[in-house]
Ligand binder design. Sequence first.
Ligand SMILES: [Zn+2]
Length: 163
Amino acid sequence: MSGYAIANPTYATILCLFILRVYAVKYRSIVARVERSGTRGKQRYNHESPAFRKLHAGYSLLEVTRLVKQHAPKHQLVPRSLNIKNQKSRWGSCGIHNDIQINALLIIAPPAVLEYVVVHELCHIQIRNHSPQFWALVADHLPDYKTPHHWLKQHGNRLMQGF
Ligand SMILES: [Zn+2]
């Protein structure tokens, strides 16, 4: 989390990030378990305390906001709203009025995967389909988008099971 920059952080944000730093070791071990064993890693995440999961939901909204601020200006891909939701069948969505929703489960995926899903949904603001033009726009933001895309294909189903 070093080098993490948030515009005008509040004391609550700073405290939240400090607590998350304490939790970072535990968090990384959950991600490693998801990659190794899928379901067992997710079950462990499910069994974490509500406070732990709330903290991660808060962290992911901060992180998603940061990623949007980072990628939006390049092609003026500005969403009307941003939400983190427990979705059972999709990683993200972009509504007709450009309301973007990101699956809360991505909190326990590698950071590059979260970034890829955010960029994917931002690009749908400009191109609604999955045409070659769409993927070119994604690649313009993330030249290595195929790696996180592949991670989701490989581990995504196991991560999503049971939610
Ligand atoms: Zn899409």
